[in-house]
Design a binder for this molecule. Structure first.
Ligand SMILES: Nc1nc2c(c(=O)[nH]1)N[C@H]1C(S)=C(S)[C@@H](COP(=O)(O)OP(=O)(O)OC[C@H]3O[C@@H](n4cnc5c(=O)[nH]c(N)nc54)[C@H](O)[C@@H]3O)O[C@H]1N2
Ligand SMILES: Nc1nc2c(c(=O)[nH]1)N[C@H]1C(S)=C(S)[C@@H](COP(=O)(O)OP(=O)(O)OC[C@H]3O[C@@H](n4cnc5c(=O)[nH]c(N)nc54)[C@H](O)[C@@H]3O)O[C@H]1N2
Ligand SMILES: [Mo]
Length: 808
């Protein structure tokens, strides 16, 4: 979230699109209710189903699953053609006036630089035009035909209300209602928030859907504003912490990135991560990368990370590809993986295309499961009749189960969607042989280290030299690990401006990332978390919820990254002179001498408010409507159909076969020949959650099984009538990849849509069933989905696929 849960109460307009917060985030959803009650907020839901959130909304509009970019592109078109944008904000704080390179082009769904054989882009032309001084050329009059504003207008001109109706199935007047309500927040005194989750992310165009939402918020001047923002309602408890810590294949902690295969040279690696300024007088925060990177290397390898060995740069893997889960499971099916550790992860149930995942698991030599529970993955080798019909005797994979504790059985911090790190305390002793994840991982590490030390081995230094300064080597405490993330001084640190002034004594905790150094004198495991455990103690354990201004920021409750800031980019809530756009909801303001207010100011260096623009993480200082080379599909979000799609062509660019599906969609070998044909699979399937279950584990809990006892699928009344299916009857739902059998719920909540003249029905498949359960067994929803992913995030397309429904 750019903002935070409580801040939703400050919104005038709320759009939930691509999420169902009333169902999946019922506790945080109360802030939507607060906004409605105390702020008369207008609350809108756009979803293929009239879902639980829609049932308490002021307004609901249907949309065909997989078509959100048409809808949101249509909103951009509406805002630009009707001139409903926040002019001052857009002019000063975005790249509206920046000029784009002359060789950048777009034609019928494809940008310049496309190689159809390799399905990749050469992104060279996707850039601003630079002057001789190295800075981007701008045209403040906005008349230059290649300025971002003119490009935007041109790119979205075809995204008309009529197109939205015919491609998304959203009636034109409903679409225009959403446009009008969002547009009402272009004025400084009003603000809209956008709340989203998997209905946006789990598409092969997912990352671009989110971008389109963010572009709308920028045009409206709603980023950095109380009650505004782009707010990802995150999933698992602490999944925010997972991304913060970089537990993704290509990431390092704090959104630093691993080198790729071509980056063998340390200086080159650092140089590409410390970009040059693109506009005069700006400040690019990533220029601090070496301080964060070196502090991280010191945390991992201690004395073994030296200036001479480039701070152990050679110890980092250099990636030849992104080893995300789709990739690993593809390699597994090809017999290229010996062993796999599933830690708190149930891939057989969770990952797309379960049948292919199972084939991969069968080819492993060994599989380690770290989980408090038995899972489908830990039992993949066991015959469960129709639900997991395998021949156990033929499976050679050796499976080890290492029982872990769960969160209530250990101390630690959980990071919420709000970026708030909140400490919690152990409530119970673990049962049986269960050990904490830290103890298990430490045990593995120490044994591997001992083996390498005894027997030697190729390039063992990254393991044998790992810095391990914990009191009990086989069980570091949560406190020790948390303090390491924050960082500490390794020697006495003096003020760079006044070398006689001591700021930190050797061993002392750092106060924030501003104290990190690139000369090996500081250590810190996750720079964005610096400040969470300072010399005055554990900031995450703070529990003072006082809120002097009433805006909801509670700066003394736990601790938020970065720097305890509650609303990111809050500098953008004020004009260039530092005067709040909305004097009624002040986050920060400039009093002529300094910044102050209800939040930690997001300003770079010095206090001159007129010089440095608010988006200091970009070398141009402003937010990008033109994404330059940042996205795989192109600088402007563009509509493509899903891998499985009901039309077989792209109704936005009907004359171009290259642009039917995303031209850079990740299509795994395991997805080959698995694309569904609408002739065989005419309905649009989607998967989702129910409040009463949490993924695949609450089916071990009797109470949850009582309230939600049996697997079901939802179809609309029209489809029910067409197929002669009534509520309570058993149906089979199949895709090109597999099938599920379940009880039908025939509902008014799903209505047929007319898409480019063709009638389309949606079929809803809740995800929670499987065969490892103390309740009734069911089929894995992911029997239906394909091994394809978004070209940027590699997220599987769980939200749109083609199915056929039959009565059994
Ligand atoms: N009770 C409960 N709560 C949970 C979870 C749980 O398992 N149980 N899981 C947690 C996790 S890990 C996560 S990630 C979150 C997920 O939170 P959400 O994303 O809110 O949950 P979902 O139910 O997966 O999907 C949300 C909505 O997306 C809609 N949708 C499908 N396709 C499209 C589309 O193309 N466009 C639009 N606009 N909408 C579409 C679906 O109809 C559904 O209403 O929930 C978290 N909360
Ligand atoms: N078709 C379809 N597929 C989906 C989705 C969808 O909407 N549709 N949603 C996707 C999303 S957003 C998610 S997040 C995934 C969820 O997929 P998973 O994360 O694989 O599902 P969970 O059942 O939550 O599995 C987490 C496991 O962690 C264990 N666990 C709990 N606490 C601890 C602990 O402290 N330590 C360890 N080691 N283990 C612990 C639990 O017992 C559980 O077995 O599913 C994804 N798959
Ligand atoms: Mo999730």
């Amino acid at each position: 979230m750019t903002n935070h849960w409580v801040d939703i109460k400050n919104a005038d307009v709320i759009l939930i699109m691509g999420g169902n917060a009333a169902e999946a985030h019922p506790c945080g959803f109360k802030w939507v209710t607060e906004a409605k009650e105390h702020n008369k907020a207008h609350f809108m839901v756009v979803d293929p189903r009239f879902n639980r959130s829609a049932s308490v909304a002021d307004f609901y509009a249907p949309i065909r699953s997989g078509s959100d970019i048409v809808f949101l592109g249509g909103v951009i078109n509406y805002l630009l053609t009707n001139d409903r944008i926040h002019h001052e904000y857009v002019k000063n704080y975005t790249d509206f006036s920046f000029i784009v390179r002359e060789d950048f082009a777009f034609d019928e769904g494809i940008f310049s630089g496309y190689n159809p054989e390799k399905r990749t882009y050469d992104k060279a032309s996707w850039d601003y035009e630079l002057g001789e001084d190295g800075f981007v050329k701008v045209d403040p009059t906005l008349e230059h035909p290649r300025c971002v504003y003119q490009w935007l207008k041109k790119h979205y001109a075809g995204y008309t209300p009529e197109k939205v109706e015919s491609i998304c199935g959203t009636p034109k007047e409903k679409f225009l209602h959403v446009c009008e309500k969002l547009a009402s927040t272009a004025e400084a005194g009003r603000v809209a928030t956008i709340l989203y989750a998997l209905g946006w992310t789990q598409h092969t165009t997912g990352a671009q859907i989110l971008r389109t939402g963010a572009m709308i918020q920028l045009l409206l001047g709603n980023i950095g504003i109380a009650g505004g923002g782009m707010n990802a309602l995150r999933g698992h408890s602490n999944i925010q912490g997972l991304t913060d810590l970089g537990i993704l294949s290509a990431s390092l902690p704090g959104y630093l990135t691993l080198p790729n295969e071509a980056e063998q040279d340390y200086n080159q690696y650092i140089a590409t991560r410390t970009p040059k300024l693109l506009r005069p007088g700006q400040m690019n925060y990533w220029s601090n990368t070496p301080k964060f990177h070196v502090s991280l290397m010191k945390a991992w390898w201690g004395a073994a990370a030296t200036a001479e060995n480039n701070w152990a740069f050679d110890y980092l893997p250099k990636l030849d590809k992104q080893y995300d889960m789709l990739q690993i499971f593809e390699m597994m099916t090809q017999g290229k993986v010996n062993g796999y550790i599933a830690q708190g992860f149930n891939p057989l149930a969770a990952l797309a295309n379960s049948n292919s995942v199972r084939e991969g698991l069968k080819k492993l030599k060994f599989l380690v499961i770290m989980d408090p529970l038995v899972t489908e993955t830990s039992e993949f080798w066991k015959n469960h009749g129709e639900f997991n019909d395998v021949d156990s005797a033929s499976i050679q994979t050796e499976v080890f189960r290492l029982p872990t504790t769960c969160f209530a059985e250990e101390d630690g911090a959980v990071v919420s969607s709000s970026r708030v790190l909140q400490w919690h305390w152990k409530a119970a002793e673990p049962p049986g042989e269960a050990k904490t994840d830290i103890a298990i991982m430490s045990g593995l590490h120490l044994r591997l280290k001992a083996l390498y030390q005894k027997e030697g081995g190729k390039f063992s230094e990254p393991i044998t030299n790992l810095y391990w300064p914990y009191a009990e080597a086989d069980h570091p405490s949560s406190e020790e690990v948390a303090k390491e993330y924050n960082g500490r001084a390794l020697v006495d640190l003096f003020d760079p401006k006044d070398p006689t002034k001591l700021i930190r004594k050797a061993g002392e905790q750092l106060a924030g990332f501003g104290e990190m150094r690139d000369d090996g004198t500081t250590l810190g495991g996750c720079w964005i978390w610096a400040g969470s455990w300072t010399s005055s103690g554990n900031q995450m354990a703070r529990r003072d919820n006082s809120d002097p201004t009433g805006i909801g920021n509670t700066l003394n409750w736990a601790w938020a990254w970065p720097a305890n800031r509650r609303v990111l980019y809050n500098r953008a809530s004020c004009d260039r002179q530092g005067k709040p756009f909305n004097p009624e909801r002040v986050l920060i303001k400039w009093n002529g001498k300094q910044w102050g207010g209800a939040d930690v100011p997001d300003v770079a260096v010095g206090l001159d408010p007129e010089v440095i623009n608010p988006f200091i993480m970009n070398p141009e200082g402003v937010a990008r409507l033109f994404a330059r080379k940042g996205m795989a599909e192109g600088p402007f979000p563009t509509h493509y159909e899903a891998f499985d799609n009901p039309l077989g062509y792209n109704p936005m660019y009907p004359n171009n076969k290259q642009a039917v599906i995303s031209p850079v969609m990740r299509i795994l070998a395991t997805a080959k020949d698995t694309q569904g044909d609408p002739k065989d699979y005419p309905h649009v399937g989607t998967t989702y959650r129910l409040t009463e279950h949490f993924h695949y584990w609450t089916k071990h809990v009797q109470l949850n099984n009582i309230v939600q006892p049996e697997q079901f699928v939802e179809i609309g009344e029209a489809l029910g009538k067409e197929l002669g299916i009534e509520t309570g009857q058993k149906v089979k739902v199949s895709s090109k990849r597999g099938f599920v059998k379940a009880v039908a719920v025939v509902t008014k909540r799903i209505k047929p849509m007319k898409i480019d003249g063709k009638t389309i029905h949606h079929v809803g498949v809740p995800i929670h069933w499987g065969f490892s359960t103390t309740g009734r067994k069911g089929y894995l929803a992911n029997n239906l989905t394909a091994s394809v992913g978004d070209g940027n995030s590699l997220t599987p397309e769980s939200k749109t696929f083609l199915v056929k429904v039959e009565k059994i």
